[in-house]
Each structure stands twice: as structure tokens, then as C-alpha cells.
Design a protein around this ligand. Structure first.
Ligand code: HEC
Ligand code: HEC
Length: 441
């Protein structure tokens, strides 16, 4: 524990007094008024010294309290380590000097963290293992997730194979095909595997497992004995597949030039967005579709800045001037308006449903020729049980059932897998049905 607070008390008080006296000696020409001033100054210095002493004493008391606490923690840690390791444990190092906080870490604590291994093999613990022994350990501790040969079970990572696929659209990045340094394999496994039981492997087990993974990748034969001694010499398949990132030296300086602000577009509009609805179907493939649910809130960027005002909340005044009063709309106009409103409403469906020429099934079935179409009747689409039941009953879609379904899908067909809350407004229902008829036929 630091003794500095104790040492500070005389130092602070003393310094103040010396300053006061020193001033007097230096000026040397005493008039009584000057003496008065000096007296006052000495007094002030003394008060300051007393204050400083009180503060320092409080500090000392606090420090003593903290030291006691630190000792307690240290002792607890020592006992915990002793009972965990069972072996001899170093005496805790004294608290570091300076601020009087914390304590030096025990060598055992440092050793427990200091497990990193460098590409040249520095940091490896002594030990060895071969693929033959590794196979058994791997099957027992790793195979349930990574497969007996590192081929990966379900979606757990694949550890073997995938050579020469890195430039493909769908590269298979494994320890064999991708990892540039063997040290990472050792380090990663020793530090974090088996998943959920990290830190349970011994160095020899880890060497054997690493050897087995190399063997599964056809990089060694099963008798090769991997050890801390020959580890650094092992060259991985993709050792040269990584480059040093030299952009800070080569490129950053070029980007610091004044930005070009000429010939800018008047207005830039966001036409797409990176928000996709993704469903990975169990049969494979992927149904990634644009999420149109929030189209209204798309920002547009003009020379005066970005605007996030959704169309529906644009100031009423603007809307009024934008749409000058006209004669009462004709019936034909109303029909067109209805279809347009339906098209807008369909944005709530289009993430999952396609409609129109050549429409295919997506997350939901295509919606062509819906009226009179058997409910749950699209061949090849996997409907929920409740839809299948309706299909078995031979029910068909009509305006009434469709309106009821789209108002409250989950209530109308309990157990449907269609995730849509339903239309609250009657006019949306009317519009969407008109649209489905018009576009889907
Ligand atoms: C319970 C399942 C499970 C077990 C058992 C398991 N792992 Fe893993 N392993 C994982 C998961 C999950 C990841 C991916 C972790 C991540 O990316 O954060 C992984 C990642 C890895 C990776 C890195 C793969 C890569 O390309 O990124 C290696 C190597 C690995 N495990 C080796 C092992 C070894 C060796 C064992 C046995 C000692 C083992 N694992 C046991 C689930 C498991
Ligand atoms: C998040 C995806 C999703 C959205 C959004 C969605 N649906 Fe669906 N829809 C489905 C799925 C999935 C089914 C199949 C339901 C089942 O099997 O339970 C379905 C079924 C249907 C059916 C029955 C088709 C048949 O073959 O019987 C109709 C009609 C329908 N949806 C119309 C709509 C309309 C109109 C909207 C927009 C207002 C909409 N859906 C929004 C996923 C969706």
C-alpha cells in the first residue's frame, strides 16, 4: 500500500509555511503595515495548511479502508486459486505503488490468460500429438457438431475441404482451404472449443486434434507427430492468400483531397433499401424479398438536405396546392383511383406474394386468378394445416371470405402461417380486392 498520503501531510503544511516566511525574508524592508500583511499571509498559509491536513487525513483513512478491502479480495482470490489448482500458489504481490489501487496480478492469473500463439510457434506450450490419437478425441468432443471428419453437422462450421472454392460465389472457408496460420487453429481450439466447454482441453489433446484436422484436410498423414518443436515449420494451404492492408499508406492520402462538389444532382432519391425479408426455407434455397412495408418513410435527398417526411404526413397546405380542386370525379376515375389505392395497399403483401404475368410462389403462394380459386389450392405450395383442412373441404375464395380473411387473417384461419396483421380500414379492403381482381384476373 502506498505511503504517499502520510508523506504528503507535512509536505503540504510545510510548503505553505516556508512560502510565507520566504516572502518576508526576500522583501527585507519591514514597515509595520508590511509586517501586518505578512502576519496575515502566514495566518492564511496556516489555515490552508490545516485544511490540507484535514483533506489528507481523510484520504489516508479512505486509503486504509481500501487497502483492507483489497487485501480481502486478494486473499479470497488466493484461496480460490489454491483450491482450483490444488497446487502451490504464489504469495500475492504487494499492491502497486502510486495510486494505491488494485494489486499486481498473480503469475498464475497471468498464465491463465497468456495462451496466445504466434504464427512462428511462439507461445505454444510443450506437448505433441498425432492424427491417430486426435481422431478419437475429435469424435468424442467435436464430432457431434463438426462431423466425424470435420464435414460439419447441419449448420455447424465445416472444418475440412473446400479447397480452391475461395473465388467461387459460394466459397467454402474451412481450416484447410482458408486459414493462413496453423497457430490460429491451435489457439482457437485451445481457447474456445469444445463449444460450451472451453478451456477443458490439455495441450497434448489440442496438438492431437489439430493434427487430426490437418489429416482430415489431407495435409498430413496420420502418423505425423505435431509438436511445439515442428509446429512453426508447418505451412498452411492458404498461407499466401492474405495480403497486408496497405491502404493507410497508399490510399488514405488520396481520399483527403477536397471533395468534388460540382455537377451534383439536384435531388437524389433512394430507390432501394438494404432491408430484406429473408426466409430460409427448410428445402434449401432462399426467399429474399424486398421489404416494402415502410416505403412511405423513404428519405429523399435534395440540395437543401435530407427529408424524412412520409408522404402521408406532409404539410396539409402543400397537399392542397398540389391537388387543385376539380370537378367531381367520374365513375371511371373512381375505378382507376381504387386500383391505384389497391396497388399501394398491395405493398403490404408484395414481400410475400407475387401477382400478375408469370408470378411465382414466394413466402406465400402467387395470387393470380384468386376469385373462385380453391383455398389452399396452389400445387406445390406448403400450406399450413388449417389451409390444408379448408382445401380438403373444397372451399373456394370469394369476395366475402377474402375480405374476412384479410381483415383478421389469424382469426379467420387460426394457425395460418401468413404473418399479416390484417387491414383495419374498410377502404383498404375494398381497394386490395379490386386490385387483386384487376391485376390477377
Ligand atoms: C456444441 C457444438 C460444438 C462442439 C462440440 C465443438 N464446436 Fe467447434 N464450433 C462450434 C461453433 C458454433 C463454432 C462457430 C463459433 C463462432 O463462429 O463463434 C465453432 C467453430 C469452430 C472452429 C472455427 C471454424 C471456422 O472456420 O470459423 C474450429 C476450428 C472448431 N470449432 C473446432 C472444434 C474442435 C476441435 C472441437 C472439439 C474439441 C469443437 N470445435 C467442438 C460448435 C462446436
Ligand atoms: C409475411 C408474409 C405474408 C404477407 C405480408 C402476406 N401474406 Fe398472404 N400468405 C402468406 C402465406 C405464408 C400464406 C399461406 C398461408 C398458410 O398456409 O397458412 C398466405 C396466404 C394467402 C392467401 C391464400 C392463398 C391460397 O392459395 O389460398 C391469400 C389470398 C393471401 N395470402 C393474400 C394476402 C394479401 C392480400 C396480403 C397483403 C394484404 C398478404 N397476403 C400478406 C404470407 C403472407
Amino acid at each position: 500500500m502506498s505511503k504517499s498520503p502520510n508523506f504528503l501531510i507535512p509536505a503540504a503544511g510545510g510548503a505553505a509555511l516556508i512560502l510565507g516566511v520566504g516572502y518576508g525574508v526576500a522583501t527585507n524592508q519591514y514597515t509595520s503595515s508590511k509586517l501586518d500583511v505578512m502576519e496575515l499571509q502566514v495566518e492564511q498559509a496556516q489555515t490552508a495548511a490545516t485544511d490540507a491536513k484535514a483533506v489528507a487525513e481523510a484520504e489516508v483513512a479512505r486509503a486504509a479502508e481500501m487497502e483492507a478491502k483489497a487485501n480481502e479480495v486478494q486473499e479470497a482470490a488466493r484461496i480460490a486459486l489454491a483450491s482450483a489448482g490444488g497446487g502451490s500458489v504464489s504469495e500475492p504481490a504487494p499492491l502497486s505503488d502510486g495510486y494505491g489501487l488494485g494489486r499486481l496480478a498473480l503469475p498464475e492469473e497471468i498464465a491463465a490468460w497468456d495462451v496466445d500463439v504466434l504464427p512462428d510457434g511462439r507461445g505454444l506450450p510443450e506437448g505433441s500429438g498425432n492424427a491417430f490419437d486426435g481422431e478419437e478425441i475429435f469424435a468424442e468432443k467435436c464430432g457431434s457438431c463438426h462431423g466425424d471428419f470435420g464435414e460439419g453437422v447441419d449448420n455447424w462450421p465445416v472444418l475440412a475441404g473446400g479447397f480452391d472454392t475461395l473465388a467461387d460465389e459460394d466459397p467454402v472457408k474451412t481450416v484447410g482451404s482458408y486459414w493462413p496460420h496453423l497457430s490460429t487453429v491451435y489457439d482457437y481450439i485451445y481457447r474456445s472449443m469444445p463449444f460450451g466447454q472451453a478451456g477443458t482441453l490439455t495441450p497434448d489433446e489440442t496438438y492431437a486434434i489439430v493434427a487430426y484436422i490437418l489429416y482430415s484436410n489431407d495435409l498430413i498423414d496420420d502418423e505425423f507427430e505435431l509438436s511445439h518443436e515442428n509446429f512453426g515449420e508447418f505451412e498452411m494451404y492458404n498461407a499466401n492468400g492474405f495480403v497486408i492492408d496497405d491502404r493507410p499508406e497508399l490510399e488514405y492520402s488520396q481520399w483527403r483531397a477536397e471533395p468534388c462538389m460540382e455537377n451534383c444532382k439536384e435531388e437524389v432519391q433512394v430507390t432501394m433499401r438494404s432491408v430484406f425479408l429473408v426466409e430460409t426455407p427448410p428445402e434449401g434455397g432462399s426467399n429474399s424479398v424486398m421489404n416494402h412495408a415502410r416505403d412511405e418513410a423513404l428519405p429523399s435527398f435534395t440540395s437543401s438536405g435530407a427529408s424524412f417526411i412520409p408522404a402521408s404526413t406532409a404539410p396539409a397546405q402543400e397537399v392542397a396546392t398540389a391537388a387543385p380542386a376539380e370537378e367531381a370525379p367520374t365513375e371511371a376515375d373512381q375505378g382507376v383511383d381504387l386500383i391505384a389505392a389497391g396497388e399501394k395497399a398491395f405493398k403490404k403483401c408484395s414481400a410475400c406474394h407475387k401477382i400478375g404475368d408469370g408470378a411465382k410462389n414466394g413466402v406465400g403462394p402467387h395470387l393470380n386468378a384468386l376469385m373462385g380459386r380453391p383455398i389452399g389450392g396452389i400445387e406445390g405450395f406448403k400450406y399450413s394445416n388449417v389451409f390444408q383442412a379448408a382445401a380438403d373441404e373444397g372451399r373456394v375464395w370469394d369476395e366475402e371470405s377474402l375480405a374476412a380473411f384479410l381483415a383478421k387473417p389469424k382469426e379467420y384461419f387460426k394457425g395460418t402461417k401468413m404473418s399479416f396483421a390484417g387491414f383495419k380500414k374498410e377502404e383498404d379492403l375494398v381497394a386490395i380486392i379490386a386490385y387483386l381482381r384487376e391485376v390477377g384476373g
